[in-house]
Design a protein around this ligand. Structure first.
Ligand SMILES: [Zn+2]
Length: 320
């Protein structure tokens, strides 16, 4: 009683008894401060888990984008690989693992391109256009021979304009084929474009996942004059996308793809930066909240200490 506040002296004995009872109840009252701590920890853990999850998701997305990018630039087994004078095959003497026959004349392509080409030929036949594959897969050794023959005949400069240097031919991918009218008319000639079969090819190639790889007036980009017969398999998605967006060359399409992926990467890193800013802000807010809660807890604790011996009615009256 010696430590009780002086205000208690004026209170009746009953009140003192009540105050004693209250003293036993008070620890329970102050204990109510601890749920605040629990609340803090329950608030903290789901947000921490969410952050972990988000980081994990970001990581897996980034690695997928990187894999696609690598596939575009170097993977000769990808239908989206870009091969031209400036982008030789890697390795230069690459040969596909699987090659299957496209038609009876010994021409071969990689399985999915061969399957698509067979469908294209069947589609042409349904529309009354009899088409045939003139040339499809050509090995590195074949291209070496061809190029040497042309070089001997016309000189290297001209040879490089009419034939791909070894290791830079799409035919070596097993994804390209030279197509023509079954009649042989305008075979490997620009006039194929004016024949009904050439027109049919131009109009329907994309439906089967092919593009006319060296279009008219695009020599500066592709390195080749117009070849209405040379089809390259890129898959229906890319072929249709090029057609819809009016992208003339595969060089352009590849550039767009790389740009889009770079943009996506930048966007991802921007998102990451934003997320870490938000994280820092949340942390700052949490620290502030905790300080406020601690201060409040201390205030309540002090008050409880001061009014430890007060009856409820007196405590209530005082606080009002
Ligand atoms: Zn060709």
């Amino acid at each position: 009683m010696m430590t009780s506040p002086h205000t208690l002296r004026s209170l009746p004995a009953l009140a003192t008894t009540l105050a004693l009872a209250a003293a036993f109840l008070l620890p329970a009252t102050t204990a109510q401060a601890s749920p605040v701590g629990d609340l803090q920890s329950t608030q903290a853990s789901p947000s921490a888990a969410a952050t972990d999850e988000a980081t994990h998701e970001k990581k897996s997305k980034a690695s997928t984008a990187e894999r696609d990018y690598a596939a575009y630039s170097t993977d000769a087994t990808s239908p989206l690989v870009l091969v031209n004078e400036h982008h030789p095959l890697q390795p230069r003497d690459y040969a596909p693992k699987d090659l299957v026959a496209v038609s009876g004349n010994g021409t071969e392509m990689v399985p999915r391109a061969a399957q698509a080409m067979k469908k294209l030929i069947a589609g042409g036949a349904r529309d009354g256009q009899r088409l045939m594959v003139v040339s499809a897969y050509r090995s590195y050794a074949h291209q070496v021979n061809l190029f040497q023959r042309y070089t001997r005949k016309y000189g290297e400069d001209y040879a490089s304009r009419i034939s791909a240097r070894p290791g830079t031919s799409e035919h070596q991918l097993g994804l390209s084929a030279d197509l023509g009218a079954a009649s042989g008319q305008c075979s490997l000639k620009a006039c194929l474009a004016d024949l009904p079969s050439g027109k049919w090819i131009a109009a329907h190639a994309a439906d089967y996942g092919f593009i006319v790889r060296y279009p008219k007036d695009q020599q500066e980009t592709t390195g080749y004059a117009f070849e209405p017969w040379h089809l390259r398999y890129v898959g229906t998605k890319a072929a249709r996308q090029m057609e819809q967006d009016g992208v003339a060359t595969f060089e352009q399409y590849s550039d767009d793809l790389v740009t889009a992926r770079k943009k996506q990467k930048t966007k991802t890193s921007e998102k990451e930066a934003q997320a870490s800013r938000q994280e820092a802000e949340a942390e700052r807010q949490a620290t502030q909240d905790k300080a406020a809660r601690d201060a409040e807890w201390e205030r309540q604790e002090r008050r409880a200490e001061e009014t430890r011996w007060w009856p409820d009615w007196a405590r209530n009256a005082f606080s009002q």
